[in-house]
Design a protein around this ligand. Structure first.
Ligand SMILES: *[C@@H]1O[C@H](CO)[C@@H](O)[C@H](O)[C@H]1NC(C)=O
Ligand SMILES: *[C@@H]1O[C@H](CO)[C@@H](O)[C@H](O)[C@H]1NC(C)=O
Length: 389
């Protein structure tokens, strides 16, 4: 057997190492810690502590019990979180100069960290980061508060949506002023000097919720939004907490950090149903990859997700694209077709330059880990180009 074949086979059988740093041959990338100051008010909920699996299960039962008081009925206090959080970011700038002053700022959803956007299994097919770089864009990804290499503060009072919205808006400012490049240099990372003139907010699931909140609250910070995996529709809150099989996160996670079980992970994030041409579904290795990068959520986030209405951005005038996974179980109870109307989406964004809906066929909620992912990314880049971005 030729040496090259042996090496290729060895690579194929290597276990997935989640911490491997992805390589992007046509770009300069830096992974570093960004200090992000925020000052924001948010509620303190009357909520039992979750320190073991029994308490995690009871937390889910309470959330689903019809007579149990809603989170909004259990606000005991409001506090101001006035803190600087360490956020782990990856910033990539392509060698090609034509479009690199346009920055994709991508926010991952629940259960993942920034590796959701940068799949290391067959990256030319699955990595959104690689696809953005190939299309000439710069791209910033980060671990949301409480995930990956970012700070893991109090799960009850601190890691909630208002703080996460404040972090995303502050990071957008740091990108626009150029401070983010200064901070990268301080961490000894050599990135080309680029002024980010345009910022395109990209979200997945909870990241879509946070991105649409930012364009709603701070419309001037964004030039466009690509909202994936969370079309507002009649099944959006249909998923029961008890069907996620919550357990206490293993390892050194603080109190109140919880995770779902493995089978629920496949149910929620993966669909193996293909369309009549054989498009869609997933390779088993991608389910394995998704499992290997799983992250906890916090009970505070669960509470805040159920007390804040989906944002509508009446003041946002840039273009918005919804990217819908056809067979999304979490967002649409397994099939997004006919669960919303274009009118209902337009009502949330009445003043946008353009509202586009792209449906990625035969794909589950974890869009970046299904066959044909790159076809969907290209639909986004083609639409952005039409918008002059
Ligand atoms: C907390 O703030 C919200 C929104 O400003 C307000 O409606 C609520 O009454 C406050 N709750 C308490 C207990 O202070
Ligand atoms: C399946 O999806 C692919 C990708 O969008 C598309 O090209 C193909 O026409 C679809 N096949 C059917 C039968 O809908």
């Amino acid at each position: 057997m030729a040496v090259a074949t042996v090496v290729a086979l060895a690579a194929l059988f290597q276990p997935l190492v989640a911490s491997r740093v992805p390589s992007h041959p046509n770009a300069a990338c830096a992974v570093f810690t960004l200090p992000v100051p925020v000052s924001v008010q948010q509620p303190v909920y009357d909520i039992a502590h979750v320190d073991n699996d029994i308490e995690a299960t009871q937390f889910a039962i309470n959330a689903d019990t019809w007579s149990f008081p809603q989170p909004s009925e259990r606000v005991v206090n409001n506090i101001t979180i006035d803190e600087t959080f360490d956020i782990s970011v990856q910033l990539c700038v392509p060698d090609e100069q034509a479009k690199r002053s346009s920055l994709h700022l991508a926010t991952h959803g629940w259960v993942f960290d920034k590796r959701y956007w940068d799949v290391i299994v067959n990256p030319s097919e699955y990595s959104y980061v690689q696809a953005a770089l190939d299309n000439g864009y710069s791209i910033l990804t980060y671990d949301r508060l409480g995930t990956g290499l970012s700070d893991k503060p109090n799960a009850y009072t601190t890691v909630q949506f208002p703080v996460e919205i404040a972090i995303l808006s502050k990071m957008t400012e740091l990108a626009r002023t150029g401070d983010i490049l200064t901070l990268a240099k301080k961490s000894n990372h050599a990135l080309p000097h680029v002024t980010f003139e345009k910022v395109i907010h990209v979200g997945h699931s909870t990241g879509t919720f946070l991105s649409s909140a930012v364009i709603s609250l701070f419309p001037g910070l964004s030039d466009a939004a690509v909202l994936t995996g969370l079309p507002p529709n009649k099944y959006l809150n249909a998923l029961k907490a008890t069907s996620i099989g919550f357990k206490r996160s293993r390892g050194s996670w603080p109190s109140g950090y919880i995770a779902g079980d493995g089978r629920a992970f496949q149910v929620g994030f993966f669909s193996d149903r293909r369309n009549a041409s054989g498009f869609g579904g997933f390779e088993p290795g991608l389910l394995e990859y998704g499992n290997s990068i799983q992250q906890p959520i916090t009970v505070g986030e669960w509470q805040s997700s159920h007390s804040i209405p989906p944002p509508s951005a009446s003041k946002f005038t840039g273009p918005v694209q919804y990217v819908v996974a056809e067979y999304d179980f979490i967002a649409c109870l397994g099939n997004c077709k006919n669960t919303y109307t274009l009118d209902s989406l337009e009502a949330l964004f009445p003043n946008v330059a353009d509202l586009d809906v792209y449906i990625q066929p035969a794909t589950g909620h974890g869009l970046t880990m299904h066959r044909g992912a790159r076809v969907g990314y290209q639909a986004t880049f083609d639409w952005l180009a039409e918008q002059g971005l």
